[in-house]
Design a protein around this ligand. Structure first.
Ligand SMILES: Cc1ncc(C[n+]2csc(CCOP(=O)(O)OP(=O)(O)O)c2C)c(N)n1
Ligand code: SF4
Ligand SMILES: [Mg+2]
Length: 200
């Protein structure tokens, strides 16, 4: 459990700051004590979140947060388990875990900071990068259609799948509160600003 972390490794104006505030608001609103909360994340700018929230938590392998969190929830149903990661982490390298989590419908709250690129590794295209935009891996413009994460989640069986903008803090907080209270798998895709890499 982290109590003395002072250095936050994010760019100024990164949307992850806003999502962090929304998570803290939601936890406070629901009165969840820190010993009953677990935050699990993969690897990436977004995934540092588990280091910064004062709860139990773990930053696991890239794309492996969902199966890790599933094990925790199955072994102790009393815990509130939040899974946090980026679009590359959840929709790219291990999309399979996302879809099977939707199918299994185990009570996890999955928040995706969707900045439409692989931010930590300097801005390559991800599965949600819009058509034609130039990234580090698509210098002539992205030629691959992005997919719709909420549509995928719903078609795989997830009944609570929403998309919220990071700047709308009240709506984002409410979406997280509702996601935690939803008794099955919940998915919150956050349109996340990333001033250093997402320049479209
Ligand atoms: C198995 C594995 N493959 C690749 C990497 C390199 N890597 C680290 S973070 C990352 C992408 C992160 O993108 P995203 O999940 O969208 O997070 P963001 O940094 O944008 O918040 C990659 C490819 C890794 N750490 N492990
Ligand atoms: S690269 Fe983007 S996502 Fe990563 S810390 Fe900077 S603004 Fe945030
Ligand atoms: Mg990303």
């Amino acid at each position: 459990m982290r109590t003395n972390l002072t250095k936050i490794q994010r760019c100024p104006w990164c949307g992850n700051y806003l999502i962090h505030v929304a998570i803290k608001n939601a936890i406070k609103q629901l009165n969840i004590p820190k010993h009953k909360l677990v935050v699990i994340s993969g690897i990436g700018c977004a995934s540092k979140m588990s280091q910064y929230i004062d709860s139990y938590g773990c930053e696991v392998l890239h794309g492996r947060a969902l199966p890790f969190a599933t094990g925790i929830k199955l072994s102790n149903d009393d815990l509130t388990v939040i899974v946090y990661g980026g679009d590359g982490d959840g929709y790219g390298i291990w999309l399979g875990h996302f879809l099977h989590s939707c199918r299994r419908n185990i009570n996890l709250t999955y928040i995706v900071a969707n900045n439409e690129n692989y931010g930590l590794t300097t801005g390559q295209a991800s599965p949600t990068t819009p058509l034609h935009v130039k990234t580090r891996s698509t210098p002539a413009g992205n030629e691959v259609l992005p997919f719709d994460p909420n549509g995928l989640a719903k078609s795989a069986g997830c009944a609570y799948s929403v998309r919220v903008v990071d700047k709308d803090l009240p709506l984002l907080t409410q979406a997280i509160v509702d996601g935690i209270q939803h008794e099955w798998f919940s998915h919150i895709d956050v349109d996340q600003q990333c001033p250093s890499r997402r320049r479209w």
